[in-house]
Design a protein around this ligand. Structure first.
Ligand code: SF4
Length: 433
């Protein structure tokens, strides 16, 4: 039986896509082995969101080659889509795919094994119009299941390479979403996380008049589902229909990840983001009013070209006024081919680093403030992993909870949050739900 090893860099969409490719190999009788093992075929699903993603992708490709000189190495994903020439120049690479055509991955690696040379199947992603629908064959080895319902983005934020790597918005049909969600719930998953590159744009490309709220309703129709969570969304795309659903259906997790990216209006404008800080604050206020106890997490980029110390300080002041439950802080990463990369006023690395530290310190104190509000409260937790007698999982509003009580991973429990602990809280179990 031929052995194949797959690995993923980057986001949850990539993770989901690797899981679907793994299923395609299993259906053809391949044995899936851990990436660290010697395999006949290696598949590397790359990321290009930062220069670090590119570098790690190259390192992993070289590692696969060291593990088995004779292996067929296939590289796909965002980095391969944007810079296929760089990928092809790495010794050992035999197949290059971009962000489509992954449904034919098995066919391509088998063709590469029969022929000499490099098989380059990276097409023009700007011409891709349909969602590449690969049904799940096998169930993911996780407690929460990701379900990809959309691909692509046409927002063209000035720093972002993703629209060039993923092309225009492509949405999955509602009937397919329902069928996949049902499969996941029947396999025992309690929570489904809907993911996409530009989730809020779901449905814009479909002939029928559907949107993200319709996709959520479709998943919520599945009997036995305990939780539905949304992946990252643009704040300005939150609709009254979505609020209505979150309020009405207690399975809808009170957690929204809404990327702010910058807390200075001038920087937001340069980033080609279509809101200012006042509008963002108004939206968050609305979210907090409509969904009590909601967690709003966010992303921030610091050191965007031309960001002055004063603008960075405005960002700190703005964040200090918000109740973010969690923040992912990134230094700006220059992506060639994007407008921001062409700018002459790049911020020196040491300045970016120092700003990241200051923003991260604020992020840590904001998280702590948020977590403190729930100490003493009873909440539901879906437990995920056990390490040395301590099990951790997430509340519906995304607080990481730890316990030393006996619990089963993959099951929901009612717990009482006792005290702050690590990146969340320590709890005692009240009962199994
Ligand atoms: S919305 Fe902006 S940051 Fe997000 S994927 Fe699209 S272009 Fe990139």
């Amino acid at each position: 039986m031929p052995k194949v090893a797959l690995t993923t860099l980057g986001c949850k969409v990539n993770q989901f896509e690797t899981e679907t490719m793994e299923g395609l190999f299993k259906q053809k009788g391949y044995e899936i082995v851990p990436f660290e093992e010697k395999a006949d075929f290696y598949v590397i699903n790359t990321c290009s969101v930062t220069s670090l993603g590119d570098r790690k992708s190259r390192q992993i490709i070289r590692r696969a080659k060291r593990q088995n000189e004779q292996a067929i190495i296939a590289v796909c994903g965002c980095y391969a889509q944007v810079h296929p020439e760089e990928i092809k120049a790495i010794e050992g690479v035999r197949v290059v795919l971009g962000t489509k055509e992954r449904s034919r991955i098995v066919e391509y690696v088998e063709q590469a094994a029969r022929e000499d040379g490099i098989l380059d199947e990276v097409g023009n992603i700007m011409e891709a119009r349909d969602f590449e629908d690969i049904p799940l064959y096998d169930m993911p080895q996780r407690t929460r299941a990701f379900l990809k319902i959309e691909d692509g983005c046409q927002n063209f934020c000035s720093y972002c390479i993703i629209p060039y790597a993923r092309g225009p918005v492509k949405s999955r049909h509602l009937d397919k979403i329902y069928a996949e969600a049902k499969k996941l719930v029947e396999a025992g998953f309690k929570e489904i996380v809907l993911t996409g590159i530009h989730l809020g744009a779901y449905g814009r490309d479909l002939p029928e008049d559907v949107n993200l709220a319709d996709a959520c309703r479709e998943v919520l129709k599945v009997e036995g589902l305990k939780r539905l969570r949304l992946g990252s969304l643009e704040s300005i795309e939150l609709s009254p229909e979505l609020f209505e659903l979150i309020r009405q259906d207690e399975r809808f997790c009170a957690h929204l990840h809404l990327p702010l990216q910058a807390g200075s209006d001038a920087v937001l404008k340069d980033m080609n983001r279509h809101y200012d800080t006042a509008e963002f604050a108004r939206l968050i206020e609305h979210v907090e009013r409509e969904v009590p106890g909601v967690a709003v997490s966010t992303d921030i980029i610091v050191g965007f070209p031309g960001e002055t110390e004063e603008q960075f300080q405005q960002g700190l002041d703005f964040v200090a006024k918000m109740n973010f439950s969690r923040m992912h802080v990134f230094p700006y990463s220059r992506r060639s081919g994007t407008p921001a990369a062409e700018r002459k006023d790049q911020i020196p690395e040491p300045v970016k680093k120092e700003r990241v530290h200051r923003m991260q310190a604020l992020a840590a104190s904001k998280s702590e403030e948020f977590h403190k509000m729930f100490i003493g409260k009873t909440m539901r937790v879906l437990f995920e992993t056990n390490t040395e007698g301590i099990t951790d999982g997430l509340t519906d509003n995304y607080i990481r909870v730890y316990t030393d009580d006996e619990v089963v991973c993959g099951e929901l429990y009612e717990v009482r949050l006792a005290r702050l602990y690590k990146d969340g809280a320590f709890a005692k179990v009240v009962e199994k739900v």
